[in-house]
Ligand binder design. Structure first.
Ligand code: PEP
Length: 251
């Protein structure tokens, strides 16, 4: 039985005061969250503060991105060992905003995935199609291409220590959620593709859904057999909403 994971992607939001308030609010409600693993992914500068605030709690820490390099002349980069030193367990790789706005392609994302694992982090690999790709009916081939790049570099067994997040780009930050049936269909496709290479890994890998998840749609989404939780953007910035999504896993 796979556990539900709810991970909050704060994106480029926050301040020292916001981090303290948001993490305080989440921790205050964690006694309501019995069934889910929970993680928050603040911006880099707040990781040390978040590490301190989360110490001894059941909430894990994650980062939003990682370098494909370990050290050296790579101005602006942050490596997996650095994130590990600040208590990170997870790191998001291949978020659609990185792919679209910062030109990060499948191969580069695959290198980041490998670097994350080499540094002892659990990558949350984001995959998903644009609206145009869905309308062209190529969702499966897009998601397969994004997934296959990682498998080609790291092997399918690497997914045993990873999380996959299916995030249709048209649903991110738009308030337009994929229906539970639409999401389940793609999750089933992803798990089936992994199963074609290694059934044991497919059974274990958590596949999260991301794209305008809110407390009022989380129960239905998380109720689908191949949806193992959510990667949450906007709703992770309000403790009440984020906790509402986390408690959806209880049902
Ligand atoms: C995300 O950025 O990963 C995301 C799912 O955002 P939102 O929940 O705001 O759609």
């Amino acid at each position: 039985m796979r556990k539900i994971l709810v991970a909050g992607n704060w994106k480029l939001n926050g301040s020292l005061a916001d981090t303290e308030k948001l993490i305080g609010g989440v921790l205050a409600g964690m006694d309501q969250v019995q069934a889910a693993d929970v993680a928050v992914c603040p911006p880099y500068p707040y990781l040390a503060q978040a590490q301190g605030l989360l110490a001894g709690s059941a909430v894990s820490l994650g980062a939003q991105d990682v370098s494909d390099q370990v050290s050296g002349a790579f101005t602006g980069e942050v490596s997996a060992p650095m994130l590990k030193e600040f208590g990170c367990r997870y790191v998001i790789v291949g978020h659609s905003e990185r792919r679209a706005l910062y030109c990060e392609d499948d191969e580069f994302t695959a290198r980041k995935f490998a670097a994350a694992q080499a540094g002892g982090l659990t990558p949350i690999l984001c995959v998903g199609e644009t609206l145009e790709e869905r309308e062209q009916d190529i969702t499966e081939s897009v998601v397969a291409r994004q997934l296959d790049a990682v498998i080609a570099l790291s092997g399918v067994e690497a997914l045993e220590n990873a999380v996959i997040a299916y995030e249709p780009v048209w649903a991110i930050g738009t308030g337009k959620t994929a229906t539970p049936e639409q999401a389940q269909a793609v999750h089933e496709f992803i798990r089936g593709r992994v199963a074609g290479l290694n059934a044991g890994v497919a059974e274990k890998v958590q596949i999260l859904y991301g794209g305008s998840v809110k407390p009022d749609n989380a129960v239905e989404l998380f109720g689908k057999p191949d949806i193992d939780g959510g990667l949450i953007g906007g709703a992770s910035l309000k403790a009440e909403d984020f906790l509402g999504i986390c408690t959806a896993a209880n049902q």
